[in-house]
Structures are given as structure tokens and as C-alpha cells.
Design a protein around this ligand. Structure first.
Ligand SMILES: Cc1cc2nc3c(=O)[nH]c(=O)nc-3n(C[C@H](O)[C@H](O)[C@H](O)COP(=O)(O)OP(=O)(O)OC[C@H]3O[C@@H](n4cnc5c(N)ncnc54)[C@H](O)[C@@H]3O)c2cc1C
Length: 477
């Protein structure tokens, strides 16, 4: 009896995770390496979920290929003679599928070689507040983390059931390069696909009612950067568009609606509906578990990502706060920690960077200038345009900039935006600086490798006027 009590007191907590996308996999690895026993359920998409199989990863791979093709057609350096034939999209997509599969296998290997992780490749749902079912088996748990992701909904458009619209997720499965593509609305990944198809030779048009998407999500710099990309790539953007109907006309589809209030129509080989994503939570048996959703169908969670059942937490796309891989993995680890330890951390979300994998890439971290001012900082900015940089001249990529946002009172960096090749890699130095409260004077003193793009960070940091109050400094290590 006594030994049973001891066993119960010291046994590792059992965390069940529903959904093996980037959120669920990150949480499973983290929880297992912190002593928990983990059961990870995944079904539907293979391990790795949307990011690896239909989202950012395929978009990035295809963008890299499209950029190689574009460079072959437009060499950057005098003295080179290259040319580009017609791209074979079917071969590119075969490669994309093979590489996604390799990543799925790597996730599988990492998780299943841990003695304290059980992988169950079946859909799971609650049968009561203490039990899950997957297939014929039931599972007890101490805590559950919900990371089932999201799925897309078609917009209400007359005739949509009689045509074959494409979701962004299916662009990576096209067997042949289309002559023309119309994107209905726009977001980060749609922008990547729009640019990559334009580079492969497709005539691309974006129809949008919401011309402010990039400004609302990432600030005015992102909006300007994306506008620059569409004009460079000859992508047509039609704003103030309201679509009413769609029909097939034999060699494609015709979209009908209004543009700026005037009747308009567009003919295209394919049209792509930019995802209206909704949490994939309807088959989880949430009522049985006492997990509430609000009137809009979104999980009710607190700052620590706990649901209305104290043993159940949620993270990733399932919580309906947007659809971003970086936030999904970050939140999932936070939720796992709050589930298995007696902590209720809300995290440091301002230091989570984002990236849009266009060419050049756009990446950011922390506050935009406008939001920093609204949050009470005395914000000012300093910019280093890439065309001032020896590295940019050497690699033939002069378009873009590094912009730093600091709080003048403390001299600390509170945000950064980069529009440059490899912006997603460059931003990490600035994410650390935001997270650990570096002063811009400290950043300016760092030496970057000579003739590197990172030199733009040092140059921008040195452009700030001295802080109005000297930086208090951080404790020495
Ligand atoms: C087309 C597309 C493009 C994107 N582009 C970008 C981008 O450029 N940048 C960016 O940051 N983000 C992007 N995203 C968003 C990013 O992919 C998601 O934010 C991220 O993948 C969410 O991860 P997740 O783990 O929460 O969900 P998911 O990746 O959806 O994983 C959930 C997993 O759980 C499984 N599952 C669901 N229900 C159950 C159940 N009951 N039992 C067992 N398993 C279940 C699902 O099948 C899936 O495998 C994109 C998404 C899409 C679809």
C-alpha cells in the first residue's frame, strides 16, 4: 500500500496531445524531455501537419525553385549567359512531396525513439472529462493539450459548388503550370505563391476587398514591401473587389462581381481561394469534457492557454488567434509547460519573430513604430537601406532595408523589420535583442562579419541619436 502511494506521488505526469502538427510535435518533444509521459494522437495530415505538408514548407521550397528559374532567365551579373526553359511543375511537386515525407519521417524518428512517447496514429476525442478514445482503445490522462489545427472554408459565392476552386494547400499538388491564376484575397503565404507562380511564368492577378491585410497584420512596412513585390513581378492587383458568382466557361472559370462599385468580371484558368481558416475542433467531443467554446465557435481559454476544463489546454491554430507556424509551436510549448508544471506563464510573445518568404523576404519582431507609440513607448526608428551596404553590392541584391525601432527613454530595442534576402535568418539577432532588452548602443557595438548583410543591423543601430537617458545596462554575466 505504502509503495503504491509513493509510486503515485512520483510517477511522471501523463500528457495526452491531440494533433501532431508543428504545435503538437514541439509540445511532445518538450514535455518528454522534461520528464512527462506523452501520448501523441495524430490523424488526417501526416506528422508535421499543415506547415510541413501543405503550408510554409512547400511554399518555401517552390519559391526557392521559382527564384532559381527566374535568375536563370535574368542573370544578375554581366558576363554570365544563362537561360531558362519551361518549368516542369509536376517534377517540382514530386520533389516537394518527397521532401515533406522526409521531414515527416524525421519527426516520427525523433518522437518514437523516446521511451516516454507513445504515438497513436488515429483520431482521438473525449468520451468524458477524464477519458479519450482513439479507435477501439480508451486512454486516461492527467492533462490534455489540444493542437488539432484548423481547416479552410469556401466563401459564399454563387456557383462555387459547380466549379473546382483551389485552396492554397492544393497549389503544391498542381500537375501542370497554369497559364493564369487569380487569387481571391491575399495573406502571407498567398503572396509567396503569387510571386512564385509569376516567376514560373503564370499570369497572376490578386482580387481583394481587404487592401489593408498586410498593414493590419504586420504594419505599414510590410504593406509597402508587398506592394513593391507585386509591381516588380507584374502581378496585377485589383482592389475594392466584391465577388458575387463564378461559373465555368469550358477553358477556365469566370468570376463576376464589382470593382470599386462597377460591374466587373475576370477570366482565369484557375482561381485560388485564400483560406478562411477555422479551428478544427468540432469532432473532439468537447461537450463531454466540459471544454467550452464561445458564441463564435472559438475555444474559451485564459492567458495560460487553459480551457474551461482545468486539465485541458489548447494551442496552435486550434485556438483561433490566427494561423502562424511560429506562434503555434511557441504557444504549444508554453501550454505544455503550464499543463505539467504548476506554472501559469503567459510568455513573451513580443519576441516571437515572423517571416514572409517572398523574395526578398520580409521579417519582423516586436513592436512596429506605430504600435510601440500606442503602447506608451517613446518610439523612434533608424534605417539602413541595403544599397549602402558593400555586401548587397557584392551579391547583387540591393533592394531592401533593416529598420530598428527603439524606446528613446531607455535606449532599448523594442522592434525590428527587415526586407532583405535571408531576412528570416537575420531577424533572430534582433529577436534576442528584443527578448533580453538590449540597448541599441550595445547592438551598434557588435561586429558583424565583413561584407555580410548583418552589417546593416550595426549601421542602423549606430544611426540613432544618443538616448535621452543613459541606458542602465544589464548585469554582467
Ligand atoms: C496553405 C497554408 C499556408 C500557410 N503558410 C504559412 C506561412 O507562410 N507562415 C506561417 O507562419 N504559417 C503558415 N501557415 C500556418 C501554419 O501552417 C499553421 O499555423 C501551423 O501549421 C499550425 O500548426 P498546428 O500544429 O496548430 O496545426 P496543424 O499543422 O494543422 O496540425 C494539426 C494536426 O492534428 C491532426 N488532427 C486534427 N484533429 C485530430 C484528432 N481529433 N485526432 C488526431 N489528430 C488530429 C491534423 O490532421 C494535423 O495533422 C499556413 C497554413 C496553410 C494551410
Amino acid at each position: 500500500m505504502a509503495s503504491t502511494d509513493v509510486d503515485q506521488d512520483t510517477r511522471p505526469p501523463h500528457l495526452a496531445i491531440i494533433g501532431g502538427g508543428v504545435a503538437g510535435c514541439a509540445a511532445a518533444s518538450w514535455a518528454a524531455s522534461h520528464g512527462a509521459r506523452v501520448t501523441l494522437f495524430n490523424a488526417g495530415l501526416p506528422l508535421g501537419g499543415a506547415c510541413i505538408h501543405v503550408g510554409t514548407f512547400p511554399a518555401r521550397l517552390l519559391m526557392t525553385a521559382a527564384t532559381d528559374h527566374h535568375r536563370a532567365a535574368h542573370p544578375r551579373f554581366a558576363g554570365l549567359h544563362t537561360e531558362a526553359g519551361r518549368p516542369d511543375l509536376s517534377k517540382l511537386n514530386d520533389l516537394r512531396r518527397k521532401t515533406s515525407e522526409e521531414l515527416r519521417n524525421a519527426y516520427h524518428h525523433t518522437l518514437t525513439t523516446r521511451p516516454n512517447v507513445e504515438l497513436v496514429e488515429k483520431p482521438a476525442f473525449f468520451i468524458d472529462s477524464e477519458t479519450l478514445r482513439a479507435g477501439d482503445e480508451t486512454f486516461a490522462f492527467d492533462h490534455v493539450l489540444l493542437t488539432p489545427g484548423s481547416h479552410s472554408l469556401w466563401p459564399e459565392l454563387e456557383g462555387i459548388d459547380d466549379v473546382t476552386p483551389l485552396a492554397i494547400a492544393s497549389l503544391g499538388d498542381l500537375g501542370r503550370l497554369p497559364e493564369s491564376l487569380v487569387f481571391v484575397e491575399i495573406n502571407d503565404v498567398a503572396m509567396v505563391y503569387a510571386q512564385l507562380f509569376a516567376r514560373l511564368g503564370t499570369q497572376v492577378t490578386i482580387l481583394t476587398e481587404d487592401r489593408e491585410f498586410f498593414r493590419r497584420h504586420h504594419g505599414p512596412d510590410a504593406m509597402e514591401a508587398m506592394s513593391e513585390i507585386v509591381s516588380l513581378e507584374d502581378i496585377e492587383v485589383h482592389e475594392e473587389v466584391a465577388l458575387k458568382a463564378v461559373h465555368s466557361d469550358g477553358d477556365g472559370v469566370v468570376l463576376q462581381g464589382t470593382r470599386g462599385g462597377e460591374e466587373a468580371h475576370w477570366h482565369t484558368e484557375h482561381f485560388v481561394v485564400v483560406d478562411h481558416r477555422r479551428p478544427r475542433i468540432e469532432h473532439l467531443g468537447l461537450d463531454e469534457a466540459g471544454v467550452e467554446v464561445d458564441e463564435g465557435g472559438i475555444l474559451v481559454i485564459d492567458e495560460s492557454l487553459q480551457t474551461t476544463n482545468p486539465r485541458v489546454f489548447a494551442a496552435g491554430d486550434a485556438i483561433g488567434r490566427g494561423s502562424h507556424a511560429y506562434a503555434a509551436a511557441y504557444d504549444a510549448i508554453l501550454a505544455a509547460r503550464n499543463a505539467i508544471f504548476p506554472s501559469r506563464t503567459a510568455g513573451h510573445t513580443t519576441a516571437v519573430p515572423f517571416a514572409i518568404y517572398t523574395d526578398p523576404e520580409f521579417a519582423g519582431v516586436g513592436w512596429s513604430e506605430h504600435r510601440a507609440c500606442r503602447a506608451g513607448f517613446d518610439a523612434d526608428t533608424a534605417v539602413c537601406p541595403l544599397d549602402e551596404l558593400p555586401a548587397a553590392c557584392a551579391i547583387g541584391r540591393r533592394r531592401g532595408y533593416v529598420k530598428l525601432i527603439r524606446d528613446r527613454r531607455s535606449d532599448r530595442l523594442v522592434g525590428a523589420r527587415i526586407f532583405a534576402p535571408h531576412a528570416a535568418e537575420l531577424i533572430m539577432e534582433l529577436a534576442l535583442a528584443v527578448r533580453y532588452g538590449f540597448a541599441v548602443s550595445e547592438l551598434g557595438a557588435f561586429i558583424h562579419p565583413p561584407i555580410s548583410l548583418g552589417e546593416a543591423i550595426g549601421r542602423a543601430a549606430r544611426r540613432f541619436t544618443p538616448a535621452s537617458r543613459p541606458h542602465a545596462g544589464r548585469p554582467s554575466p
